[in-house]
Design a protein around this ligand. Structure first.
Ligand code: LLP
Length: 426
């Protein structure tokens, strides 16, 4: 199903009340169009469903999915907290108006200078290894610390997106968890959290449930052995969204009943008091808020295949090339046209894998048409690049008929930025 913010008005796609064709004309393509209303709807949907089953809910939006500062400001105004994974994301979060105590860093393999920046910025840290803990303590004993635990249950839409289990680079194993909390306690840390993140693009609650039960058991052991009271218990992100029309979405009310049912029971059984229950959705909040508009410049009919050549390649949206991900494509200027031909939608990069869609049934397409690639909000712009010396696209925010540019399209000069000519070549 299309999000309610995408409408078909006489064959033309409108996004949050704004004509996609007007946007393409005014700001050119490729163009990321983000709906403010949809971000707010998604955030409130997660929050209200979880709140049904537990009072102390905290939503840490996972900034890596989309770090545009307007997106961050919208979520700040909704009352979200933030999950960040680099000093750069922490910097953007602070610039967007988040106070440091609303930001938690869950990075891996961080350098000492990065940890120093985070500690000096006063953001919370969720340590990923005993090594990170020792290096944090050398800089300064924080008041609060959390540890990312590997609950040994992972899940995700692609093997690259499974982030727990015995081969995972992330998190601390159960056997080391006690030592980590003891070391922090002995060093003078006063408040604690515990965290897991098992993967991304998970379409059912079962893996979360199994992993959460394991996490609570580990938390219980720590509580019993060290007397630690947890301020928060964080189950990470990973709630998937449907990318195909007709695919069933995760039922958040059911998810909330199941997960918070287990949480309430586990907290009681393990004498864990009343910690905040945290989740870190990235994709769920932002994915379907955004459409990528890309113009058709070439129609090529080979004897074997038809190619629709567009101006967005995997430099703009890498997910199809990187994970084989499906993104639904509509013709923004002829939404009522019947699907009557099979084709590949190909970008301008010099790689055969530069396809936004493969063997896709689409209406008959002409040069000059504008295609809308759906679900482009999560890991779209944030994974874009300058490959083939192409410029990153612009981003526009729309809201009930209004639009504003929230990131300028890069220019040729961006390609020279930070480059220097070696003195002997001058
Ligand atoms: N928390 C942590 C610690 C994470 O590493 C991630 C995502 C999240 C939360 C948010 O997960 P989400 O709710 O968005 O699934 N580039 C891939 C996804 C990689 C996710 C990495 N970590 C993709 O385009 O599918």
């Amino acid at each position: 199903m299309l999000p309610t913010t995408i409408e078909n008005r006489n064959g033309i796609m409108f996004i949050d009340g704004v004509s996609s064709l007007d946007l393409a004309k005014r700001f050119d393509t490729p163009l990321y169009v983000v709906s403010e209303k949809r971000i707010r709807q998604n955030y409130r949907n997660v929050f209200s469903n979880l709140k049904q089953n537990y009072q102390k809910i905290r939503i840490n939006y996972s900034a890596k999915a989309n770090t545009n500062i307007s997106v961050l400001k919208i979520l700040e105004s909704e009352g979200a907290n933030l999950d960040v994974v680099s000093p750069g994301e922490a910097f953007l979060a602070l610039k967007s108006g988040f106070s440091p105590e609303r930001i938690i860093f869950t990075g891996t393999n961080a350098r000492d200078d990065e940890l120093k920046y985070l500690i000096e910025s006063k953001v919370l840290i969720n340590a990923d290894s005993l090594s990170m803990l020792e290096r944090i303590l050398k800089i300064k004993t924080p008041d609060t610390i959390s540890f990312r635990i590997n609950p040994m249950i992972g899940a995700g839409h692609h093997e690259h997106c499974i982030t727990a289990g015995k081969d995972s680079k992330f998190g601390i194993w159960e056997d080391d968890a006690l030592a980590a909390y003891k070391r922090a306690l002995d060093a003078g840390v006063k408040k604690f959290g515990i965290h897991m993140h098992i993967g991304s693009g998970i379409m059912n609650a079962q893996p979360f449930l199994l992993a959460l039960e394991k996490l609570l058991e580990i938390a219980g052991k720590i509580r019993k052995t060290l007397g630690i009271k947890f301020d928060f218990i964080d189950i990470g992100g990973g709630i998937g969204v449907p990318y195909r029309l007709g695919e069933k979405e995760i039922d958040l009310a059911e998810f909330s009943n199941l997960i918070l049912g287990a949480f309430n029971k586990g907290v009681k059984d393990n004498d864990l008091g009343e910690p905040f229950f945290c989740v870190e959705p990235g994709r769920y909040i932002i994915c379907d808020s955004c459409v990528l508009l890309t113009a058709v410049n070439t129609v090529k009919e080979n004897p074997n295949k038809k190619f629709i050549g567009v101006d967005a390649g995997f430099n703009v949206l890498v997910r199809p090339a990187m994970y084989g991900s499906y993104h639904h494509v509509l013709v923004a200027n002829r939404m009522n046209a019947p699907e009557e031909q099979e084709c590949d939608v190909a970008g301008p990069l010099c790689e055969s894998g530069d396809l936004l869609a493969k063997n896709r049934k689409l209406p008959k397409i002409q040069e000059g048409d504008v295609l809308a690639v759906l679900n482009a909000g999560a890991y779209g712009f944030s994974m874009s690049s300058n490959y083939n010396s192409r410029q990153r696209p612009a981003e526009v925010l729309v809201n009930e008929g209004k639009c504003a540019i929230v990131r300028e399209r890069e220019t040729m000069d961006n390609l020279l930025l930070h480059q220097k000519t070696a003195r002997w070549l001058k």
